[in-house]
Design a protein. Structure first.
Lengths: 464, 578
């Protein structure tokens, strides 16, 4: 599972690149398809009662550390999510990426395997290495079309600073506890001073990754200038890795801190929510708006992570995935609009197909964002009422950016009466249909999904 | 027939989805199939009304459809509650949905989107009406907000300003939803549950915050039903196509506030200060928008003001605590206002979408059928039963409330008569160019109107008696109604205008006779309020003199003579006004 994308990357390396042909991309597409189906098999085939105790260990790759990778329900879920987004980004990039196809596909597959490693590891050092290693392919993917080198450099530098904080905290943990395994660390009791130092460094480090308010500067520029497939990976996977970091550190490893420092993180997150919404309202370009919207949604997810109960955390995971899919869908729609120019595309069809995606942006009922957001709100309201009211208010503000954009894009009076309508290509049509149906179905079967996630989070969290 | 709400809910959704598929070819076929589905849903809901007396009126059973959100303490479910409130609500919504879809087939050029949206709207309205927890109510509110946005936005291609108006309306309604969800979370914070039954049985009355919570709920209700301060959105929403205005903005959407209040009534009515504040607020806004209706010239906007006025009255009845009366009032208002809107639709269809009453007049020659049906619809609107029943709800409350209610019902009859007089009588003011084309070859539209009226009458006679014994006492008025209806039908058959002109004063006579007789003492207090308006003056003087005569004659035999005189005077008055 972990190795499949790596092997794929190697095979592409071997294939000779022919000018103006898309061989390497198609190979990568099939590999990512294979990975996706593997992850689906794991989801449905996972032996749930046995797995409750994390007994299924796989031998790790190679290193002096004793690396272990475990598959729980949560990691299986996140893995298949990652695989599906990589698949989507390949589908989009077939027409978009015009040169360096080979390098692009190698990098994306590399990134996928690193992500899977992060999601499945139980070792803090492997976790950190994954966090660092993911930057390099991401940097190259963003800068691949040459236009956005400056932005990519900014991105890299910002995140490197964040990584320094993480590096410090990881070394500190290793030196204090002299173990690298999550469960061993969680059993160790830190002194008060050590706790504060660790909390600050981990929080700042992860805040860079998840683009929390003062540290968000890299996100909007990166989104605006990078190609669509890079944006999908960035907002869909990269931000989620940061969120997963919060989840691992504050719900699994240091789960007693969840309540202790919850107030601080939630306040930061609530500021994030409002700031993201306000800034999104004044944006002109759709991509920049989606970037600010992601900032605000990340805030919601963080409040869910610190909700201090099992269902809140499970809905936060659900919201992570649903936000990833929604923003992916939004990027695809943006790409289609830009590609075909507004007047030529069959607007009615696109409007109906992409309506669930836009509505998911304003967390409309019967879209997956609604379930995630309201699961978080309902489970958190008793602990942090004011923060939740901030979220509700941000939902109101949502209609001034994403819904307004929806209105302006699709409901316009066509005085020119352009009769020549170009139909979208088959792949794009199916992709949008697929994303919309996932969003709707995800809300209808949310009960089962959340119960599935709960199997893992229940084990992690022993609150208060 | 046990799960009829679920059945009609699913059928409505199916038909919405089917019409959506009609985008991809074979349009007509899908439209007819989805119309069939809507029809079946309406029939199911009609048949299910048989169960009304079997189920205990306010404690029906509950069916869970799916699980939405879990917490550690409880689950939030999507389910349907089967009590009298939801039964009558579902009946009105599904029947009116079918009628408006049928109407749109002829009225609109491309009805597929309309059918999809209005079916979706009906399904979400059913979800709101039959809900058992606050989150589901919120979901229903969100969905109806969105569908009403789509329906207001219907003409976005041809009319420039529609986009912005629709967005404005969407914003204000969403604002109301946000208020509601805040209140819902605060209720949960105090009571520990979203479940309505639990909330109603919970005692939170000692807690300081709870007055504020319910004021927030009332604000959201006021926004949703366009009370004073928020009346503008209903006026703006009139850019929607007429069947949409008839279905949404007259009958169902605005009364969603009523359902919220009815569900939470036992909690809301605990603090008497809230009951007083909100009752007077609703009554005052009802009075205010009734006055505004006298000044307006656009046909649809007059009806929109009258809607906010009537809904204000409805909400006041709710706050005074009689759900039965409120339900009766709701359904009668829904059907009759729907019928009036359909009449307006017919008129503007014949005049190629003219809506200003200053450009009409003398249309009785061109549109005889529409004239008769409009008269019947407006009789229903200012008719006997709703007034009597609602007034019996106000009987126990204090005199100020009663004064308001009488003023409002007088103004109502005045602006309705103003519409009829300006549109159908008087000189012919339609522009010469188009007047040659005015004709009435819209059988389907007339058919819809007749079905609507008949359903309303049947509904009144057979159902309301089951709800409450005090309502059953007014059977005599039902008989009067039916008698009048037969008279009108006869008049319709031999199109003879003299009969029709008589029919209307008869109805007015019955109307005023009954309730003036009951309430004459309090009536006298209302004398000096409204004498300045021009139409008001003559009409009001006549009514007052008639009332004076009637109330002073105690013997039954004299009353008949006086009544006949009254009819003649009214008739003369009518001709004079014209």
């Amino acid at each position: 599972m972990l190795l499949a994308p790596l092997i794929g990357a190697l095979t592409i390396l071997v294939i000779e690149e022919q000018a103006n042909k898309k061989n390497s991309l198609y190979v990568a597409l099939w590999i990512s398809c294979f990975v996706f189906f593997c992850s689906l098999l794991i989801i449905f085939g996972i032996d749930v009662p046995i797995n409750l105790h994390n007994t299924k260990y796989l031998a790790g790759i190679t290193s002096s550390f004793n690396n272990y990778f475990s598959i729980t329900t949560l990691t299986a879920f996140l893995t298949s999510f990652t695989a599906s987004l990589v698949l989507a980004s390949f589908l989009v990039s077939i027409d978009e990426i015009t040169y360096n196809r080979k390098i692009f596909s190698i990098l994306v597959l590399l990134l996928e395997s690193i992500c899977i490693a992060i999601f499945t590891t139980t070792n803090i050092v492997v976790f950190y290495i994954g966090f660092e290693a993911i930057l390099i392919p991401m940097f190259l993917i963003i800068g691949i079309n040459g236009r956005s080198f400056v932005v990519a450099r900014k991105f890299f530098i910002c995140l490197l600073i964040g990584s320094l904080f993480l590096l410090f905290s990881v070394i500190y943990i290793l030196s204090v506890t002299s173990t690298a395994d999550f469960s061993a660390i969680s059993n160790y009791s830190f002194s008060n001073k050590q706790q504060i130092i660790l909390f600050i460094s981990i929080f700042v480090g992860l805040a860079f990754k998840t683009a929390l308010f003062p540290f968000h500067i890299w996100l909007p520029d990166t989104h605006t200038l990078s190609p669509t497939s890079a944006s999908i990976i960035l907002s869909g996977i990269f931000l989620k890795v940061g969120c997963y970091g919060f989840l691992v550190f504050f719900c699994n490893v240091f789960c007693s801190w969840n309540h202790k420092y919850g107030m601080i993180v939630c306040t930061a997150a609530a500021i994030n929510v409002l700031y993201g919404c306000y800034s999104a309202c004044i944006q002109e370009s759709l991509k920049r708006m989606i970037a600010y919207m992601s900032i605000s949604h990340i805030g919601v997810i963080l409040i869910g992570v610190f909700s201090n109960n099992v269902y809140g955390v499970s809905s936060a995971v659900f919201q992570m995935v649903s936000h990833g899919i929604t923003s992916c869908g939004l990027f695809v729609v943006e790409y289609i609009i830009k590609k075909y120019k507004k007047d030529n595309v069959n607007v009615r069809k696109l409007c109906i197909l992409s309506a669930p995606i836009f509505l998911s942006g304003i967390s409309f009922p019967f879209t997956s964002n609604f379930i995630g957001e309201f699961g978080i709100l309902i489970n958190t309201f008793n602990t942090y009422p004011l923060h939740c009211i901030a979220i509700i208010f941000s939902e109101f503000l949502c209609i001034f950016h994403i819904f307004k954009k929806f209105k302006d894009t699709f409901f316009y009076s066509n005085d020119t009466a352009n009769t020549k309508e170009v139909n979208m290509s088959r792949i794009e049509l199916r992709l949008i249909e697929f994303i919309s149906s996932i969003i709707v179905l995800g809300s209808l079967f949310s009960h089962e999904v959340i119960l599935y996630i709960k199997l893992c989070t229940k084990d992690w969290i022993i609150f208060r | 027939m046990n799960n009829f709400i679920e059945i009609s809910f699913i059928l409505l959704i199916l038909s919405a989805i089917l019409t959506r598929f009609s985008l991809f070819g074979r349009m007509r076929f899908f439209i007819y199939v989805s119309l069939c589905f809507t029809f079946i849903a309406a029939v199911v809901s009609v048949i299910s009304l048989q169960n009304l007396q079997l189920v205990d009126p306010w404690l029906g059973k509950y069916h869970c459809l799916m699980n939405l959100i879990q917490t550690e303490m409880y689950n939030i479910e999507l389910g349907f509650k089967y009590d009298a409130l939801s039964m009558i609500g579902v009946f009105c919504v599904s029947v009116l949905c079918f009628l408006s879809c049928l109407y749109s087939v002829k009225y609109l050029k491309s009805c597929k989107e309309f059918i999809a949206y209005s079916n979706g709207f009906a399904a979400s309205m059913i979800m709101l009406i039959a809900s058992n927890n606050l989150i589901q109510i919120y979901i229903g509110l969100e969905l109806i907000t969105f569908f009403s946005y789509l329906l207001i936005n219907y003409y976005y291609k041809s009319i420039n300003d529609v986009k912005n108006i629709a967005f404005k309306v969407f914003t204000i309604q969403k604002f109301g939803d946000i208020f509601f969800i805040c209140a819902a979370f605060l209720v949960e914070y105090y009571c520990g549950s979203f479940d309505i039954q639990r909330i109603n049985s919970f005692s939170i009355y000692g807690i300081n915050g709870h007055d504020i919570v319910f004021l927030i709920i009332l604000v959201s209700v006021a926004i949703k039903s366009s009370q004073i301060g928020f009346t503008w959105w209903l006026q703006d929403a009139m850019v929607a196509p007429t069947p949409a205005s008839a279905f949404l903005h007259a009958a169902t959407l605005v009364s969603s506030g009523m359902f919220i209040i009815c569900r939470l009534l036992s909690v809301l009515s605990i603090s008497s200060s809230i009951v007083y504040i909100s009752t007077f607020y609703f009554l005052f806004s009802s009075f205010y928008s009734a006055l505004l209706a006298l000044k307006e010239y656009n046909l649809k906007k007059i009806l929109a003001y009258s809607t906010s006025s009537k809904i204000g009255l409805l909400l006041a009845i709710c706050m005074l605590g009689s759900i039965e009366h409120a339900l009766v009032y709701f359904s009668v208002h829904a059907f009759s206002k729907f019928a009036l809107f359909i009449c307006v639709g017919n008129i503007s269809y014949a005049l190629s979408h003219e809506q200003d009453i200053r450009n009409m007049g003398g249309l009785i020659v061109n549109l005889p059928k529409t004239y008769i049906l409009t008269v019947i619809a407006s009789l229903m609107f200012i008719g006997v039963v709703p007034n009597i029943i609602s007034h019996s709800a106000f009987h126990e409350s204090n005199i100020l409330v009663n004064i308001f209610v009488y003023c409002i019902s007088f103004i109502t009859s005045i602006y309705i008569i103003r519409i009829i007089a300006n549109v159908f009588h008087g000189e012919h003011r339609v522009a010469e160019r188009s007047s040659a084309y005015i004709s009435e070859n819209n059988n389907l539209l007339t058919f819809v109107l007749i079905v609507c009226i008949i359903t309303n009458l049947i509904f009144r006679v057979f159902i309301f008696g089951k709800l409450n014994p005090s309502i059953r006492d007014t059977t005599l008025e039902y008989c009067m109604d039916i008698f009048l209806f037969i008279v009108c039908i006869l008049a319709y058959k031999h199109i003879n205008f003299k009969h029709i002109k008589i029919a209307m004063p008869i109805k007015l006579y019955i109307d005023f006779n009954t309730y003036i007789d009951k309430l004459r003492k309090r009536f006298l207090a209302a004398e000096n309020t409204l004498e300045n308006t021009t139409y008001c003056k003559t009409y009001y003087m006549l009514v007052r003199s008639g009332c004076f005569l009637l109330t002073n004659m105690r013997l039954e035999s004299y009353r008949l003579i006086i009544g006949c005189l009254f009819v003649v005077v009214l008739l003369l008055n009518l001709i004079g006004v014209l």
